[in-house]
Design a protein. Structure first.
Ligand code: ZN
Length: 454
């Protein structure tokens, strides 16, 4: 089925590419606070040019917190339904620079590829949303439902203030549905519609020994903090990945029949995946549908970094004064980061490791939109029409601030977009594909049309 704006999307591709290049050419690295306000202003200008009302909004007087860009296009034909687009204008650092074939902020176009940091993540996704609105306004003088945008500048550093922004501007951002900032397209050009994200609890455990590094002959007398830390870690997880902390899984619910059905249809190429990562087996020897269920719905306890003592060349006989480990726990729906943190602390003291310090770094709950929500079918229909086929996924294995949106706005969130899975996001030579920008824009147009009857 054709959308009334399909032809406009096709005929205006050069304009979309040019606007994306303009956005890429404005560096906006949140980790370095580089160019953020400039980029927010630029996004706002691109929106205004598209016919979208836009403001750059701050959280308060502290202007060191990057602003959000708000956008709004009201519908005359259907003012009762509002769809919100969530995106981000910040990007990851470009290093290592020497591995780029061209300037990371050049936005170089080569055939079907536009290269540059942010070309896919997330400026490429953002431009498809803006253009979908622009083309509707151009073609019909209206949009099929009310449209709002929130474009933040701290996604790549953990969306530190997005929940506060949502609270502060909750009335302005009120909506009935949210289209998430990204969406992958697999190697067979099928978009993956993801209905959720895992949560995260990130901590540091620090074990402190003698007041300074000591001669290792004293290991007969002085307890080694690295051994204490390793012993503590060994009590937390078994060899099959099961977390041994009391009540860790207490709130975790089983998949519904409907979820199991959807998960069974999610593609996963076990052989290709193992080759890609150079591994011969999975945790707990997972096979078949267990692999997919683990990705969607298993909590994890992952050692992200481990540091103690001498790690230079050759031998140094030393008893270190301190040992530290960084751990990320992925969480699934109903797990509350603060409660899990307390369970971890209780576990350590109950096992005789009460002296190990637990530093809380980051906590974020999981979120999941129910499969039976009518919004899901609408997005699936739109994506299938625009791309030829689509895959529905119960949840991404990754983490994002989706729970904040669900909690503050009370709206279902769905992730769909046009980022090719191997588009090297966060890596050198990141690219966007022009053909996928085209299809994604058509998909967004259809989502807007379908949403008018949500
Ligand atoms: Zn990213």
């Amino acid at each position: 089925m054709l959308s009334i704006v399909d032809r406009v999307v096709d005929s205006e591709m050069d304009g979309m590419v040019a606007d994306l290049q303009t956005l890429i050419r404005q560096p906006s690295v949140s980790a370095k606070k580089q160019g953020l306000v400039e980029c927010a202003n630029l996004v706002s200008a691109v929106m205004k040019k598209a016919g979208i009302k836009s403001d750059v909004l701050y959280l308060g007087d502290d202007k060191s917190i990057p602003p959000i860009v708000y956008g709004q296009a009201g519908s005359r034909s259907n003012p009762s339904k509002t769809l919100l687009f969530y995106n981000h204008y910040d990007v990851q650092p470009v290093e290592p620079l020497e591995l780029w074939d061209a300037d990371p902020f050049s936005g170089k176009l080569e055939g079907n590829y536009i290269y540059g940091r942010g070309s896919a993540d997330d400026k490429g996704e953002l431009i498809t949303r803006i253009k979908a609105v622009e083309y509707f306004l151009k073609k019909t003088g209206d949009v099929p439902c009310n449209i709002k945008f929130i474009v933040e500048g701290e996604e790549e550093i953990g969306s530190v203030h997005v929940e506060q922004y949502l609270q502060k501007y909750r009335d302005r951002l009120a909506c009935e549905g949210v289209i998430w900032e990204f969406g992958y397209v697999d190697a067979k050009d099928r978009p993956i519609i993801s209905l959720g994200m895992k949560g995260l609890l990130y901590v540091e455990l620090v074990s402190v020994g003698p007041s300074r590094d000591a001669h290792s002959s004293l290991a007969v007398l002085i307890e080694n903090p690295a051994w204490r830390l390793v012993s503590a870690l060994a009590t937390m997880r078994d060899a099959n990945g099961k977390i041994l902390i009391k009540d860790w899984y207490k709130e975790v619910r089983d998949f519904t029949h409907q979820e199991i059905e959807v998960i069974s249809h999610e593609p996963f190429d076990e052989k290709e995946f193992k080759e890609e990562y150079g591994v011969s087996r999975f945790v707990a020897n997972a096979q078949g549908s267990d692999i997919k269920r683990a990705l969607v719905g298993l909590p994890t306890c992952n050692i992200a970094g481990l540091n103690s003592g001498y790690i230079g060349e050759g031998a140094k006989t030393v008893l270190p004064a301190r040992a530290m480990v960084k751990i990320d726990f992925r969480l699934v729906p109903e797990m509350v980061p603060e409660i899990q943190l307390q369970r971890l602390k209780d576990h350590l003291s109950e096992h005789g490791f009460g002296d190990i310090r637990v530093n809380f770094i980051h906590g974020e709950a999981a979120a999941r939109t129910g499969i039976s929500d009518p919004f899901v079918k609408q997005v699936e229909r739109a994506a299938t029409e625009a791309f030829g086929s689509a895959i529905v996924s119960v949840s991404s294995a990754g983490t994002g601030p989706m729970h904040s949106f669900a909690k503050v706005l009370g709206s279902p969130c769905i992730s769909v977009g046009g980022t090719y899975m191997f588009a090297r996001i966060h890596s050198p030579n990141e690219f966007a594909r022009v053909d996928l920008l085209n299809k994604t824009t058509k998909c967004i147009c259809r989502i807007m049309e379908n949403f008018s009857s949500y």
